[in-house]
Design a protein around this ligand. Structure first.
Ligand code: APR
Ligand code: ZN
Length: 281
């Protein structure tokens, strides 16, 4: 017999009509990519690096050349991300989508590993490391379309559509979430009746607000219904399930219904196995 919470999560998934998954850096640590705030996290080991990361977007606004100077050293880190392979946690979520149960993954990760694992509906909330984006006209370009490595100094890739400076399609601290992704993610949050939250410390906003919206939305709807002013449909409460190495503010604030504590790479495949057994019954 599996662990009771694994069985509970599998049963909740099979019962759900519209399940989505929210993921963070924790789901990629088993692919060799360090997270940020876990015991060996990038920020845990180097708090100054996190402080510096808060300046990156301002640099772009002030002087795109200075921004490209600053990020070109990070580009080697980004190339490590691009070489990483998905792990069993990513594959398990891709399989849940193939089973018709998981409708969307909203990820904070810029490593592209959900798509590499075969997930098709993926919203990259903080962008992706293999693309460039034009903040002026929102056009996006594949990295390969601009040979940054052999561009002459100072590096300054310009948009092919409007000639304005491009930046990495990575969302830096203090940078707005691209509006297309922000809206789609809110829509998914309002539509879902089950939210799996995998491998995130849930301390970075606005991403960490999504589970709170899912939790509070039935209260919102009730308020609207009671006001007698809105034409609203009853929405079922969303079941919110955390899968994480450690409890988070979502656990402590009672936003999640339960947490399955451990590694996503171990837990998610067991949940999928249990889902398949329940579907075969
Ligand atoms: N399985 C489950 N949980 C894990 C695993 C694992 N294999 N490895 C690490 N974790 C947990 C950590 O304990 C931590 O709680 O995953 C969480 C990762 O949290 P963070 O490192 O804060 O990463 P994340 O939540 O994605 O950070 C959000 O912060 O710096 C920004 O833009 C960056 O997108 C990132 C955002
Ligand atoms: Zn442009």
């Amino acid at each position: 017999m599996g662990e009771p919470l694994i069985e509970r999560a599998a049963a909740d998934l099979v019962k759900s009509k519209y399940a989505i998954a929210l993921t963070g850096a924790g789901i990629s640590t088993e692919s060799g990519i360090p997270d940020f705030r876990g015991p060996n996290g990038i920020w845990t080991r180097n708090p100054e690096a996190e402080m510096a990361a808060y300046q990156t977007y301002d640099k772009f606004l002030r002087d795109p050349k200075e921004y490209w100077q600053a990020v070109s050293s990070g580009i080697s880190f980004y190339s490590i991300l691009r070489q990483a392979e998905p792990n069993s946690g990513h594959h398990a979520l891709a399989e849940l989508e193939k089973l018709g149960i998981l409708k969307c993954v909203i990820t904070q990760n810029i490593d592209g590993l959900h798509r590499k694992a075969g997930s098709r509906r993926v919203l990259e909330y903080h962008g992706a490391v293999n693309r460039l984006r034009c903040p002026s006209c929102s056009s996006r370009f594949e990295f390969e379309e601009y040979e940054l490595d052999n561009m002459d100094e100072p590096l300054l890739p310009l948009c092919k559509k409007c000639q304005n400076p491009l930046k990495l399609d990575v969302v830096h601290f203090n940078e707005p979430i691209p509006s297309d992704v922000a809206h789609q993610s809110l829509e998914e949050t309002w539509k879902c009746d089950l939210m799996l939250i995998c491998g995130t410390s849930a301390v970075v906003y606005p991403f960490a607000q999504l589970p709170r919206i899912a939790r509070q939305r039935e209260a919102e709807q009730e308020k609207k219904a009671k006001s007698g002013l809105y034409f609203v449909k009853e929405v079922a409460a969303a079941a919110i399930v955390e899968i994480n190495a450690e409890p988070t503010p979502l656990t402590r604030d009672g936003i999640s219904d339960y947490i399955i504590q451990g590694k996503t790479g171990d837990i998610l495949p067991q949940v999928v196995e249990m889902v398949k057994q329940l579907l075969d019954r």
